[in-house]
Design a protein around this ligand. Sequence first.
Ligand SMILES: Cc1cc2nc3c(=O)[nH]c(=O)nc-3n(C[C@H](O)[C@H](O)[C@H](O)COP(=O)(O)OP(=O)(O)OC[C@H]3O[C@@H](n4cnc5c(N)ncnc54)[C@H](O)[C@@H]3O)c2cc1C
Length: 483
Amino acid sequence: MDEQHYDVLIIGAGVSGIGMACHLKKSCPHKRFAILERRQSLGGTWDLFRYPGIRSDSDMFTFGYKFRPWSGGKVLADGASIKQYLAKTAREKGVDKHIHYGLAVKEANWSSEDKCWKLIAENAETGELETWTTNFLVGCTGYYDYDQGYMPDFPGEADFKGQIVHPQHWPEHLDYTGKKVVVIGSGATAITLVPTMAEDAGHVTMLQRSPSYLMPLPSTDEITLALQKVLPAKLSYKLTRSRNLFISRQLYKRSRKSPRAMRRLLLWIVKRELKGKVDMRHFTPNYNPWDQRLCVVKDGDLFKALKAGRASIKTDHIDRFTETGIRLRSGEELAADIIIPATGLNLQILGGIKPTLDGQDVVIKEKVLYKSVMVEGVPNAGVIIGYTNASWTLKVDIACKYLCRLINYMDNQQYKVATPEGAEGCRSEGTMMDSLGAGYVKRAADELPRQGTRGPWRTVQDYQRDSKVLCSDAIDDGYLAFQ
Ligand SMILES: Cc1cc2nc3c(=O)[nH]c(=O)nc-3n(C[C@H](O)[C@H](O)[C@H](O)COP(=O)(O)OP(=O)(O)OC[C@H]3O[C@@H](n4cnc5c(N)ncnc54)[C@H](O)[C@@H]3O)c2cc1C
């Protein structure tokens, strides 16, 4: 076995891992670090997902890192552009050469005696197991299982003679020109796929069990383009970012405070788009705004495809798959050459790694998070999970800043170990993601840490509050045990 030691090891080279590495380079320049990534390329989500039209649902001026402007006027960016932005950031900040590809971390054990983590990683090329050790571990593995998307058991699935394609496993050369396509789902992926595929397919039907809240958004921001002409890049980015942050916060806060008023507004916007050509029943959810993620419709493309008759929408339940398509509970049959179950993700944190402390399992579902960035009772380890009610990256930036502050504080005080402690009596029954009622969160209730009831144990989805807690509050707050 080949053993290598680093001051900091980061697992994952997506938005979070690249962000953490950039922060380390700037704020902890003397630390030796490496990123272990199981894929052969960086980008994470933006490397894995290749379905037609794949794009951000968040505006890029808050999805981009605070420290590196997202340039141009594109508000919603395609997957390839986001991956390119990440690759350029990694290159410019000199973190690309720290990435070790094709290494899937399988085990992580903390040794109290050695005061360090020992990782076992499988080399994809050779199949051999490698040992890596580190003083501080940062899990940047995202929030879902890369190997398998969520696929419910559809009765009669084996009878279907056409193709079934999951968006997470999109074949490189899928030809759907002129074909009849049924997309199952009503989340961001379905909302993106339907209008994009409708451009070339014979017809696309969106089949949903229940509607989602939709909001049309222009893909280009003319004000930002104008600002970029007269202001330095950093300043115009800062201004656009602050404005978009303000708007998205207000939207979320209003939705929580006055759900009925917000519901009326969102439904009115969609009604205006549809101009009476599609039944509003398909766009009227049975939950409140932001109980589940709001879906953005780029330049109203979904509404245009529906109005033009290139796509249609059904709200019904599946009775069974048949040889030629899908039979609905209403008795209606949907003919299909291709069925796309845009049915979501299997939630997973820590990339399937089951951490241990001196050989004892850490049971994540019994733990709460400290400042939503460390796990109760787990020494010298950060875990970066972004926001689900705002751009993921907003949280990444401040979580990375906090971990760098902690690492520097430990150095200055000559501490070797920091462990969040004292969460007794602060665990609730719900999970840390319980503010989101989405199916994938409910399915994963046994995988996720609990929600804390107070203090640093409570995970809030609030950038302003978290910014203070993570970037300004004292490191030594009485909840971290130092050695
Ligand atoms: C289709 C889709 C669209 C999305 N759109 C948005 C959006 O518009 N706005 C938004 O805020 N969020 C969005 N998200 C959430 C998105 O995942 C985050 O925005 C962000 O990209 C996550 O970055 P990450 O680095 O934390 O995780 P990921 O992008 O998931 O990257 C994790 C990395 O860790 C690696 N890894 C995992 N396990 C291991 C292991 N055991 N060993 C080694 N490496 C490992 C993976 O290979 C991957 O490269 C979207 C998600 C999906 C699936």
